[in-house]
Write a protein that binds this ligand. Structure first.
Ligand code: PBG
Ligand code: ZN
Length: 322
């Protein structure tokens, strides 16, 4: 007797009936870049379709998000002034804090995740304080905690530390609790690899390290078991959601982390992954919609509950067509 696998593939209706993986607009988070200044809508060359907005122009982008049905955005601020200690990261009147206040006032239906890191704010472009060329860990924690509190004070609905300092989730949790933000969740970039896939983002956020690289704090991409350990440590420190980043070259890690932690898991479909798809699509070499949807499902099939992606508004539109 032949086992007839094709029976359940014979029509669109039956394929949809037995589908193992589904994707909903509710699971998407869309990143937005905000810059200091006025009347700015600045295209990022390496990320077609993605712009830096000044606060006075951002409503145009917020309207597009609301219209798409995507509910969650991830905010990255690009300050005009950078210094050694990343002062603007924890300035109550900093670009990111002001942007969040504006968004919560003008688009209250949107939920705002605030990225917490120093690299966009430091003159050296590293994610922590520096002494004698070394990126300091424990000395950086209070600054990250302070940044998190100012962002929550500004109205952020979720705090997402992306710096990869050890102990930062616990430090941020304590500071949020002390300042009355006990109900603000932390989505930790728990498993963030030192990756070449971030370079378009660094154009967008002006956050490239001015010397060296991030390999002493972000994870070595050769390691998978360590990734599980990183996630579990962040769970212990009080993370509400963990993350694997980048997504597509690390789906084995997504899968393994999803098996080993029992809190929601996000995957960050990063800038380089986006740029590669957009470049191939612009050349007519691939079908953008089909490739993007296949990538999204791959990330979910691997075990992610949440996808952070620059494709989010397109995906939302394509989901409506399905
Ligand atoms: C900052 C940060 C980075 C990304 C998110 N937060 C870049 C980096 O670590 O250099 C990358 C996002 C992307 O590539 O889309 N720590
Ligand atoms: Zn950083």
């Amino acid at each position: 007797m032949i086992t007839r696998q094709r029976r359940l593939r014979s029509s669109e209706a039956i394929r949809r009936l037995v589908r193992e993986t589904r994707l909903s607009v509710d699971e998407l988070i869309y990143p937005i870049f905000v810059v200091e200044g006025e009347n700015i809508k600045n295209p990022i060359d390496s990320m077609p379709g993605i712009y830096q907005y000044s606060i006075d122009r951002i409503d145009e982008e917020l309207d597009r998000v609301v219209e798409s049905g995507v509910r969650w955005i991830l905010i990255f601020g690009v300050p005009a002034h950078k210094d050694e200690v990343g002062s603007e990261a924890y300035n109550e009147q900093g670009i990111t804090q002001r942007a969040i206040r504006h968004i919560k006032e003008h688009a209250p239906e949107l939920m705002v995740v605030a990225d917490v890191c120093l690299c966009e704010y430091t003159s050296h472009g590293h994610c922590g304080l520096i002494k004698d060329g070394i990126i300091l860990n424990d000395e950086t924690l209070p600054l990250l905690a302070k940044a998190a509190v100012t962002l929550a004070d500004a109205g952020a609905d979720m705090i997402a530390p992306s710096d990869m300092m050890d102990g930062r989730v616990a430090a941020i949790r304590a500071a949020l609790d002390e300042s009355g933000h006990t109900n603000t969740p932390i989505m930790s970039y728990s498993t963030k690899f030192a990756s070449a896939y971030y370079s378009p983002f660094r154009d967008a956020a002006h956050s490239a390290p001015q010397f060296g690289d991030r390999k002493t704090y972000q994870m070595d991409h050769h390691n998978g078991r360590e990734a599980v350990r990183e996630s579990m440590l962040d769970v212990d420190e009080g993370a509400d959601i963990v993350m694997v980043k980048p997504a597509l070259a690390f789906l084995d890690v997504v899968k393994e982390v999803s098996w080993n932690v029992d809190i929601p898991l996000a995957a960050y479909n990063v800038s380089g992954e986006y740029s590669m798809v957009k470049a191939a699509a612009a050349n007519g070499w691939i079908d953008e919609k089909r490739i993007v949807m296949e990538n999204m499902i791959a990330i979910k099939r691997a075990g992610a509950d949440i996808i952070i992606t620059y494709h989010a508004l397109d995906v939302a539109k394509w989901l409506k067509d399905e």
